[in-house]
Design a protein around this ligand. Structure first.
Ligand code: HEC
Length: 154
């Protein structure tokens, strides 16, 4: 009976399922409330991560990287254009190293950060420091580092 009910709840939208749970028992209501809070927290962190990306990182990528890394022509298989970043970066594997391009909260385990800081060879990466043929300013590298640090794993 319980299994059937759970199966039915799963078929509905998450919102309807939560409403059903809230009306079925006080305990379920408490669980649902905690769920809402956790979801809210994750969304806020996600928004902060996206916001910082938009204001302090995308402008750097646009001026220093997108000429080569664009959706239509991806140098090294990577696009850094607005339409694909940061979804194409967070937790996505690098093609050059056994590391994510961006590991939320951890710049040193973020290959994109290492490529701009020039420490990518230390972690088994290859190729040139980015941007190819140039170098970001310390402030630009710090902005990317701060953005990654501010993103949480959830
Ligand atoms: C002049 C062209 C050019 C510019 C500008 C450029 N790149 Fe690249 N990028 C490449 C090429 C070519 C490769 C592949 C060869 C290599 O890694 O050296 C590459 C590879 C990469 C990789 C490795 C992709 C992977 O899957 O591991 C990352 C990360 C990267 N670039 C980030 C950047 C960032 C960040 C910028 C701007 C700060 C930038 N690039 C600017 C040409 C460019």
């Amino acid at each position: 009976m319980t299994i059937v009910a759970a199966g039915a709840a799963r078929a509905r939208s998450p919102f309807e399922s939560i409403l059903t749970m809230m009306t079925s028992s006080p305990l379920a209501a408490a669980v649902a409330a905690v769920g809402f809070l956790l979801m809210g927290g994750a969304c806020l962190a996600d928004e902060a991560c996206k916001g910082a990306f938009r204001t302090s990182v995308q402008p750097i990528l646009n001026t220093r990287c997108v000429a080569c890394h664009q959706d239509a022509a991806r140098a090294g298989g990577l696009s850094l254009q607005r339409t694909s970043a940061p979804a194409s970066l967070l937790g996505v594997s690098s093609r050059e190293a056994r590391m994510a391009l961006v590991t939320p909260g951890d710049p040193l385990r973020s290959y994109l950060f290492r490529k701009t800081a020039g420490t990518h060879l230390e972690v088994g990466g290859n190729g040139a420091r980015m941007p190819l043929g140039g170098r970001l300013t310390e402030a630009e590298i710090k902005a990317i580092e701060a953005w990654i640090t501010g993103c949480t794993a959830d």
